[in-house]
Ligand binder design. Sequence first.
Ligand code: GAR
Length: 200
Amino acid sequence: MKIAVLVSGSGTNLQTLIEQLHQDETSGIKIAVVISDRRKAYALTRAKLAGIPTHVVRTQDFANRLDFDAEISRIIEHSAVELIVLAGFMKLFQPPFVQKYRNRILNVHPTLLPAFPGAHPVADTLAYGVKIAGVTVHFVDEDVDSGPIIAQSAVPVLDTDDEESLHNRIQVEEHKLYPEVIKWFAQGRLKIEGRKVTVQ
Ligand code: GAR
């Protein structure tokens, strides 16, 4: 199965997907293309080092967000991918894009959703004072971080944590959970009924 990975930043999740899926022949999964909305995203370097084609698609180069989404869709169609994997991609898609790829877009978010959606999830987790943080892998729908949840993993919040130390521990779990969920998808094991996702 061919997948597209969309990134905005450092790309530690992308690196895990390269090593655990793309470079593991037994996975049956290839990253056909990496798309970034930021030219300077280090994730692009990681993709290039692995020999994966990259594209930069920036919102400021388009008249509106529908045109931005359309360009991403054009690249995806050209690469003939079956799954779109958001890995630290910090842009929201407009409803037509989500509807076109319904149940074929995955996202990883560094909280136990529906707690702390949005752009500052780890800071919000610490500020609220919860004792258990975590990671969620979910399908993308029309709202922010709100689609059907596929898998979650919990991480304790320590009294000594700052945003960096907590995010680092959450990322250790992300790097285990995300490749696993993508394998389940590729094996056709995810059953979706309304908001409820089960692993067959
Ligand atoms: C990850 O922790 C991911 O959960 C988060 O961005 C980070 C990207 O790290 N995503 C979101 O907050 C999406 N709402 P990476 O670039 O090292 O993979």
